[in-house]
Design a protein around this ligand. Structure first.
Ligand SMILES: [Zn+2]
Length: 347
């Protein structure tokens, strides 16, 4: 069966452009691409720049300092999947496989055979349409190829590299010296003629990245965090267990200030609060700390805040949440359904 080509509307962008998807399920290269993704996946993410999700990211940059002469900046690759150069990617992946001492634990196939099969999967254009460049969005192996290509690219050979560079697929959060921002942007865009980075700086001392918003708070008004309204927040338990720190946590949202909502969770009359239940009933002695609350997002609109909360709960699976949040996400977001759709044979 040939792959199916369709477009997904990017509703957050002007004029609602379509994201092209080539769904390769049941196509002749599907099983091979899936096999390759399993072999290549362990190579991804062995980099200090790699971010797994927005919660991990918010922990990474929490309480980090940004000096007067520094700024936060995000970089995004324009159409990474359809721009990634196939030849160069094959070369990079070949080298990574040759230097991987654990490859023989995963497969008996040689690096050269893997690259041959990968080339077939990336270049197979069937009879109906032709992909001129890049890796098809919708093939199981494409995200791995894009990640490995980006990892090679971000070995940041710049004269003045950023102080941090945290990347999730094609989206990057950086901190750099204001004086070096333009030079670094030019450097990124000179690395590969096919790969173009767009960049955004701070707006009102905040920067959007993935589904988070980084707020810059100066030390003298650090108390501002507790005064944030309309927040989606993550409260990790600070208690101790026999095996170390308690891993339980809670994600919630409120239109009121973070502090008001936090105190509400803890006070004795809040018997229905999941936090109260945990620290007073299930695990007496455990406690929570307002200073340790992670600020995940901010959304003043009621409905939209509920949707964001539900997404954060769905992605991060906080152990103390009893339900899916105020908003019920449609079933299409259900990970088990997604898995059923993308790999019908293994379910
Ligand atoms: Zn606890």
């Amino acid at each position: 069966m040939p792959p199916k080509f369709y477009g997904l509307p990017k509703i957050h962008k002007v004029n609602i452009p379509l994201r092209p998807i080539v769904s390769s399920i049941d196509s002749i290269t599907y099983s091979s691409a899936k096999f390759l993704a399993e072999i290549l996946s362990p190579l991804v993410g062995n980099s200090i720049h790699h971010v797994v999700n927005s919660l991990e990211f918010s922990k990474l940059i929490k309480n980090k300092r940004v000096e007067e002469d520094e700024e936060l900046r995000s970089y995004e690759v324009t159409a990474l999947f359809t721009s990634v150069p196939v030849d160069k990617s094959l070369e990079i992946i070949h080298t990574r496989l040759q230097n991987d001492p654990t490859l023989s634990n995963r497969t008996t196939v040689t690096p050269q055979q893997i690259i041959k099969l990968l080339e077939v999967c990336l270049r197979c254009t069937y009879t109906f349409y032709q992909q001129i460049r890049g890796a098809a969005m919708g093939s199981p192996v494409s995200p791995v190829v894009c990640n490995l290509y980006m990892e090679d690219m971000e070995q940041l050979t710049a004269l003045h590299p950023p102080i941090w560079w945290y990347r999730y697929v094609d989206d990057t959060h950086t901190k750099l010296k204001k004086a070096h921002a333009q030079e670094f942007t030019d450097h990124l865009n000179s690395l590969d003629p096919d790969i173009k980075f767009t960049t955004e700086g701070e707006v009102n001392r905040s920067l959007a990245f993935l589904d988070t918003l980084t707020l810059l708070v100066s030390p003298k008004d650090k108390s501002q965090k507790k005064d944030i309204t309309g927040a989606i927040y993550h409260i990790p338990c600070q208690g101790k267990t026999t095996s170390g720190k308690c891993k339980d946590s809670y994600i919630g949202e409120s239109e009121r200030t973070l502090k008001t909502r936090f105190l509400e969770h803890c006070r004795p009359s809040s018997t229905s609060s999941e936090i109260f239940q945990h620290i007073h009933i299930e695990s007496p002695g455990h406690h929570v700390d307002l200073a340790q609350v992670n600020f995940l997002d901010r959304e003043p609109r009621h409905f939209e805040r509920g949707v964001k909360e539900a997404i954060h709960i769905r992605v991060n699976k906080p152990t103390l949440n009893r339900d899916v949040g105020r908003h019920k996400l449609p079933k299409i977001y259900d990970p088990s359904r997604v898995r059923k759709i993308t790999c019908p044979k293994s379910v």
